[in-house]
Design a protein around this ligand. Sequence first.
Ligand code: BTN
Length: 270
Amino acid sequence: MNGVGSRITPIPDDVAEALARGAARLGPFHNRISWVEEIHSTNDVAMGLAERGEPEGCVVVANAQTAGRGRLGRSWVSPAGAGLYVSAILRPRPEAISLITIAAGVAIAEGIHAASGLTPRLKWPNDVYVGERKLAGILAEGGTAQSSMSYVVLGFGINLFATPYPADVATRATSIELELGRPPDRGLVLVECLTSLASRYEALRRGDVGDITAAWRARAAESLGRAVEWDVDGRTGHGIAHDIDEAGALLVRTEDGQARVISGEVRWRS
Ligand code: BTN
Protein backbone atom coordinates (compact mmCIF):
# COMPACT_ATOMS: atom_id res chain seq x y z
CA MET A 1 0.00 0.00 0.00
CA ASN A 2 1.21 3.49 -0.77
CA GLY A 3 2.12 5.79 2.07
CA VAL A 4 2.11 3.41 5.03
CA GLY A 5 4.10 0.71 3.29
CA SER A 6 7.15 1.09 5.48
CA ARG A 7 5.08 0.94 8.67
CA ILE A 8 3.11 -2.16 7.85
CA THR A 9 4.05 -5.10 10.05
CA PRO A 10 2.84 -8.69 9.96
CA ILE A 11 -0.63 -9.15 11.39
CA PRO A 12 -0.23 -10.68 14.87
CA ASP A 13 -0.82 -14.45 14.86
CA ASP A 14 -4.02 -14.41 16.92
CA VAL A 15 -5.61 -11.84 14.59
CA ALA A 16 -4.27 -13.48 11.41
CA GLU A 17 -5.72 -16.83 12.49
CA ALA A 18 -9.12 -15.29 13.16
CA LEU A 19 -9.05 -13.54 9.78
CA ALA A 20 -8.17 -16.81 8.05
CA ARG A 21 -11.07 -18.59 9.78
CA GLY A 22 -13.46 -15.80 8.79
CA ALA A 23 -12.08 -15.27 5.27
CA ALA A 24 -15.20 -16.39 3.43
CA ARG A 25 -17.36 -13.84 5.27
CA LEU A 26 -15.18 -10.76 4.92
CA GLY A 27 -16.52 -9.67 1.54
CA PRO A 28 -14.58 -6.69 0.12
CA PHE A 29 -12.23 -6.67 3.13
CA HIS A 30 -10.82 -10.16 2.49
CA ASN A 31 -7.04 -10.01 1.97
CA ARG A 32 -7.04 -6.21 2.07
CA ILE A 33 -6.19 -5.74 5.75
CA SER A 34 -2.95 -4.07 6.83
CA TRP A 35 -1.61 -3.88 10.39
CA VAL A 36 0.53 -1.09 11.80
CA GLU A 37 1.90 -1.07 15.33
CA GLU A 38 1.53 2.67 15.91
CA ILE A 39 0.21 5.46 13.72
CA HIS A 40 -1.18 8.96 14.24
CA SER A 41 -4.68 8.10 13.03
CA THR A 42 -5.85 5.18 10.90
CA ASN A 43 -8.49 7.49 9.39
CA ASP A 44 -5.77 9.86 8.16
CA VAL A 45 -3.84 6.98 6.65
CA ALA A 46 -6.90 5.47 4.96
CA MET A 47 -7.94 8.86 3.58
CA GLY A 48 -4.48 9.29 2.09
CA LEU A 49 -4.75 5.85 0.52
CA ALA A 50 -8.23 6.56 -0.84
CA GLU A 51 -7.01 9.83 -2.36
CA ARG A 52 -4.30 7.84 -4.14
CA GLY A 53 -6.86 5.46 -5.60
CA GLU A 54 -6.62 2.43 -3.31
CA PRO A 55 -9.73 0.31 -3.85
CA GLU A 56 -12.80 -0.10 -1.76
CA GLY A 57 -12.26 -2.66 0.98
CA CYS A 58 -8.75 -1.59 2.05
CA VAL A 59 -8.54 -1.67 5.84
CA VAL A 60 -5.88 -0.24 8.14
CA VAL A 61 -5.72 -1.58 11.70
CA ALA A 62 -3.43 -0.07 14.32
CA ASN A 63 -2.34 -1.45 17.66
CA ALA A 64 -2.03 2.14 18.94
CA GLN A 65 -2.84 5.65 17.69
CA THR A 66 -0.99 8.76 18.81
CA ALA A 67 -3.61 11.19 17.45
CA GLY A 68 -6.83 9.17 17.24
CA ARG A 69 -9.75 11.37 16.25
CA GLY A 70 -13.32 11.24 17.46
CA ARG A 71 -16.43 13.00 16.19
CA LEU A 72 -16.88 16.75 16.58
CA GLY A 73 -13.17 17.51 16.88
CA ARG A 74 -12.64 15.32 19.91
CA SER A 75 -9.74 12.95 20.39
CA TRP A 76 -10.03 9.18 20.68
CA VAL A 77 -7.71 7.84 23.34
CA SER A 78 -5.99 4.84 21.73
CA PRO A 79 -3.49 3.14 24.07
CA ALA A 80 -1.40 0.29 22.67
CA GLY A 81 -3.24 -2.99 22.65
CA ALA A 82 -6.24 -1.69 24.61
CA GLY A 83 -8.62 -1.39 21.70
CA LEU A 84 -9.23 -2.01 18.04
CA TYR A 85 -8.47 1.04 15.90
CA VAL A 86 -9.70 0.36 12.38
CA SER A 87 -10.39 2.34 9.20
CA ALA A 88 -11.95 0.97 6.02
CA ILE A 89 -12.19 2.59 2.59
CA LEU A 90 -15.66 2.48 1.03
CA ARG A 91 -16.82 3.96 -2.25
CA PRO A 92 -20.60 4.15 -1.95
CA ARG A 93 -23.01 5.63 -4.44
CA PRO A 94 -23.77 9.24 -3.44
CA GLU A 95 -27.37 8.44 -2.49
CA ALA A 96 -26.16 5.84 0.04
CA ILE A 97 -23.78 8.15 1.88
CA SER A 98 -26.26 9.63 4.32
CA LEU A 99 -27.07 6.21 5.79
CA ILE A 100 -23.49 4.93 6.05
CA THR A 101 -22.99 6.05 9.62
CA ILE A 102 -26.29 4.48 10.68
CA ALA A 103 -25.41 1.21 8.89
CA ALA A 104 -21.96 1.24 10.47
CA GLY A 105 -23.39 1.66 13.97
CA VAL A 106 -25.62 -1.35 13.42
CA ALA A 107 -22.70 -3.37 12.03
CA ILE A 108 -20.35 -2.64 14.90
CA ALA A 109 -23.01 -3.37 17.53
CA GLU A 110 -23.85 -6.63 15.72
CA GLY A 111 -20.18 -7.57 15.40
CA ILE A 112 -19.51 -7.00 19.09
CA HIS A 113 -22.58 -9.07 19.92
CA ALA A 114 -21.50 -11.94 17.67
CA ALA A 115 -17.97 -11.96 19.10
CA SER A 116 -18.74 -11.47 22.78
CA GLY A 117 -22.42 -12.09 23.51
CA LEU A 118 -22.83 -8.52 24.80
CA THR A 119 -25.85 -6.62 23.51
CA PRO A 120 -24.65 -3.06 22.93
CA ARG A 121 -27.14 -0.27 22.33
CA LEU A 122 -26.96 2.60 19.87
CA LYS A 123 -27.20 6.29 20.60
CA TRP A 124 -27.83 8.45 17.54
CA PRO A 125 -26.19 8.44 15.18
CA ASN A 126 -23.83 5.57 15.93
CA ASP A 127 -22.31 5.65 19.39
CA VAL A 128 -22.16 2.14 20.80
CA TYR A 129 -23.08 1.92 24.47
CA VAL A 130 -23.46 -0.62 27.21
CA GLY A 131 -25.74 0.97 29.79
CA GLU A 132 -24.67 4.61 30.12
CA ARG A 133 -21.05 3.97 29.12
CA LYS A 134 -19.53 4.15 25.66
CA LEU A 135 -17.96 0.98 24.29
CA ALA A 136 -17.19 1.99 20.71
CA GLY A 137 -17.30 5.01 18.43
CA ILE A 138 -17.42 5.54 14.69
CA LEU A 139 -16.02 8.36 12.60
CA ALA A 140 -16.98 8.51 8.92
CA GLU A 141 -15.00 10.98 6.86
CA GLY A 142 -15.18 11.50 3.14
CA GLY A 143 -13.83 13.31 0.20
CA THR A 144 -13.73 13.56 -3.51
CA ALA A 145 -10.37 12.49 -4.81
CA GLN A 146 -8.73 14.23 -7.76
CA SER A 147 -9.81 11.30 -9.89
CA SER A 148 -13.38 12.39 -8.96
CA MET A 149 -13.93 8.98 -7.34
CA SER A 150 -15.49 9.87 -4.05
CA TYR A 151 -14.88 7.80 -0.96
CA VAL A 152 -15.86 7.39 2.64
CA VAL A 153 -13.36 6.28 5.26
CA LEU A 154 -15.18 4.51 8.00
CA GLY A 155 -13.14 4.50 11.20
CA PHE A 156 -14.15 2.64 14.32
CA GLY A 157 -12.60 2.31 17.72
CA ILE A 158 -13.68 -0.44 20.11
CA ASN A 159 -12.58 -0.58 23.72
CA LEU A 160 -11.46 -4.16 24.19
CA PHE A 161 -9.56 -4.37 27.46
CA ALA A 162 -9.75 -2.67 30.83
CA THR A 163 -7.08 0.02 30.80
CA PRO A 164 -6.28 3.13 32.84
CA TYR A 165 -7.94 5.84 30.72
CA PRO A 166 -7.60 9.54 31.58
CA ALA A 167 -10.05 10.47 34.37
CA ASP A 168 -12.56 12.26 32.13
CA VAL A 169 -12.75 9.29 29.76
CA ALA A 170 -12.75 6.65 32.51
CA THR A 171 -16.08 7.82 33.94
CA ARG A 172 -17.83 7.60 30.56
CA ALA A 173 -16.19 4.61 28.90
CA THR A 174 -16.37 0.88 29.26
CA SER A 175 -14.68 -2.05 27.52
CA ILE A 176 -15.69 -5.50 26.43
CA GLU A 177 -13.46 -6.95 29.14
CA LEU A 178 -15.08 -4.84 31.87
CA GLU A 179 -18.56 -5.81 30.74
CA LEU A 180 -17.84 -9.51 30.25
CA GLY A 181 -15.55 -10.01 33.22
CA ARG A 182 -13.00 -11.68 30.95
CA PRO A 183 -10.84 -10.52 28.05
CA PRO A 184 -12.33 -10.80 24.56
CA ASP A 185 -10.73 -12.45 21.53
CA ARG A 186 -9.63 -9.34 19.59
CA GLY A 187 -9.27 -11.21 16.30
CA LEU A 188 -12.81 -12.48 16.56
CA VAL A 189 -14.13 -9.00 17.38
CA LEU A 190 -12.37 -7.63 14.28
CA VAL A 191 -13.65 -10.43 12.04
CA GLU A 192 -17.25 -10.19 13.27
CA CYS A 193 -17.31 -6.38 12.93
CA LEU A 194 -15.89 -6.48 9.40
CA THR A 195 -18.24 -9.32 8.45
CA SER A 196 -21.24 -7.39 9.66
CA LEU A 197 -19.97 -4.21 8.01
CA ALA A 198 -19.57 -6.08 4.70
CA SER A 199 -23.11 -7.39 4.97
CA ARG A 200 -24.75 -4.09 5.99
CA TYR A 201 -22.78 -2.22 3.32
CA GLU A 202 -23.93 -4.69 0.70
CA ALA A 203 -27.54 -4.15 1.84
CA LEU A 204 -27.01 -0.41 1.48
CA ARG A 205 -25.69 -0.91 -2.04
CA ARG A 206 -28.79 -2.93 -2.90
CA GLY A 207 -30.94 -0.12 -1.52
CA ASP A 208 -32.34 -2.14 1.41
CA VAL A 209 -32.71 1.00 3.49
CA GLY A 210 -35.65 -0.35 5.49
CA ASP A 211 -33.62 -3.30 6.82
CA ILE A 212 -30.92 -0.98 8.07
CA THR A 213 -33.21 1.54 9.73
CA ALA A 214 -35.21 -1.29 11.32
CA ALA A 215 -32.04 -2.87 12.70
CA TRP A 216 -30.93 0.51 14.04
CA ARG A 217 -34.32 1.07 15.75
CA ALA A 218 -34.15 -2.38 17.34
CA ARG A 219 -30.75 -1.58 18.83
CA ALA A 220 -31.69 1.97 19.83
CA ALA A 221 -34.93 1.15 21.65
CA GLU A 222 -33.62 2.54 24.97
CA SER A 223 -32.59 5.85 23.46
CA LEU A 224 -35.80 6.40 21.52
CA GLY A 225 -38.40 7.91 23.81
CA ARG A 226 -35.71 9.71 25.83
CA ALA A 227 -35.56 13.45 26.45
CA VAL A 228 -32.70 14.92 24.45
CA GLU A 229 -31.11 18.27 23.76
CA TRP A 230 -28.89 19.41 20.92
CA ASP A 231 -27.22 22.56 19.68
CA VAL A 232 -28.57 24.19 16.57
CA ASP A 233 -27.91 27.67 15.15
CA GLY A 234 -26.49 28.97 18.43
CA ARG A 235 -29.35 27.75 20.61
CA THR A 236 -30.25 24.49 22.35
CA GLY A 237 -33.13 22.39 21.06
CA HIS A 238 -35.15 20.16 23.42
CA GLY A 239 -37.52 17.31 22.79
CA ILE A 240 -38.21 13.60 22.86
CA ALA A 241 -36.26 11.51 20.35
CA HIS A 242 -38.68 9.13 18.68
CA ASP A 243 -37.33 7.77 15.39
CA ILE A 244 -34.93 8.10 12.47
CA ASP A 245 -35.99 8.69 8.89
CA GLU A 246 -34.77 7.04 5.70
CA ALA A 247 -31.81 9.41 5.48
CA GLY A 248 -30.70 8.60 9.02
CA ALA A 249 -31.79 11.93 10.54
CA LEU A 250 -33.05 11.82 14.15
CA LEU A 251 -36.68 12.85 14.52
CA VAL A 252 -37.43 14.66 17.77
CA ARG A 253 -40.86 15.71 19.08
CA THR A 254 -40.63 19.29 20.30
CA GLU A 255 -43.05 21.84 21.72
CA ASP A 256 -43.35 23.29 18.23
CA GLY A 257 -43.89 20.02 16.41
CA GLN A 258 -41.04 17.92 15.09
CA ALA A 259 -37.35 18.65 14.58
CA ARG A 260 -35.07 16.75 12.25
CA VAL A 261 -31.50 16.54 13.57
CA ILE A 262 -29.05 15.77 10.78
CA SER A 263 -25.64 16.37 12.35
CA GLY A 264 -23.84 17.08 15.57
CA GLU A 265 -24.61 15.37 18.83
CA VAL A 266 -27.67 14.85 20.95
CA ARG A 267 -27.30 14.75 24.71
CA TRP A 268 -29.49 12.57 26.90
CA ARG A 269 -31.27 14.68 29.53
CA SER A 270 -32.32 11.87 31.82
C1 BTN B 1 -16.37 8.97 18.22
O1 BTN B 1 -17.17 8.30 18.87
O2 BTN B 1 -16.12 10.15 18.53
C2 BTN B 1 -15.68 8.36 17.04
C3 BTN B 1 -14.41 7.66 17.42
C4 BTN B 1 -13.71 7.02 16.23
C5 BTN B 1 -12.36 6.45 16.60
C6 BTN B 1 -11.75 5.66 15.48
S1 BTN B 1 -10.34 4.74 16.00
C7 BTN B 1 -9.96 4.36 14.36
C8 BTN B 1 -10.24 5.60 13.54
N1 BTN B 1 -9.10 6.48 13.52
C9 BTN B 1 -9.33 7.64 14.12
O3 BTN B 1 -8.51 8.57 14.26
N2 BTN B 1 -10.59 7.66 14.58
C10 BTN B 1 -11.30 6.44 14.26
